[in-house]
Design a protein. Sequence first.
Length: 223
Amino acid sequence: MSPHRTVVAIDGPSGAGKGTIARAVARSLGWAYVDTGAMYRAVAWRATQEGVPLEAEDGVATVASSAVFDIDVERVIIDGHDVTEFIRTPEMDVAAATVARMPKVREVLVARQREYAAAGPVVMEGRDIGTVVFPDAVVKIYLDATPAERANRRAKDPNHGLSKAGEIGVVAHALERRDRLDRTRQASPLTKAPDAILIDTTGVTVNDVIEQVLGIVRERIAD
């Protein structure tokens, strides 16, 4: 299998900065951007709207199979519905984690994600991009940060409806639960690919992380 030189795979846990960094890198490179976590969230939202129980794997997989996605740096659309704001809630965090544990759903969405790369250069973020979706990607980045840092960021992130400092404890607990679910699921668990470059974003400015990633991309793509 030839290495993917037109895929930047960015993985890591919630609150590590994947979305912010991946979007900025995509803009800088002029490449497409795909948030795979948003795909699982959107499928969970759509299944809920259609009355499909999130525990019904076959039903959720059917929703995923028929879904039409339109995802870029600004918005997430599924079947013509702009769900950008609706899928960034604590409730959808839980729903997405449930859906992401389903092998049949992952099979469907991984195939979709590979189609994006076949269409052109892409920066793709998630939890299994460098390990499962594109294990042959030339550029693999794993972003991480301390649990306290991640909780603080998420609590202040207006996209998740959490802006009060007093909610940090609640957010930290939710992130711990999500980490545990992601790392212990049978299908595509969250883990760092052996050849991924680890970047600890704790206490590092966004611009510095962006420059680090772009430097790695330029070096790897030029090789």
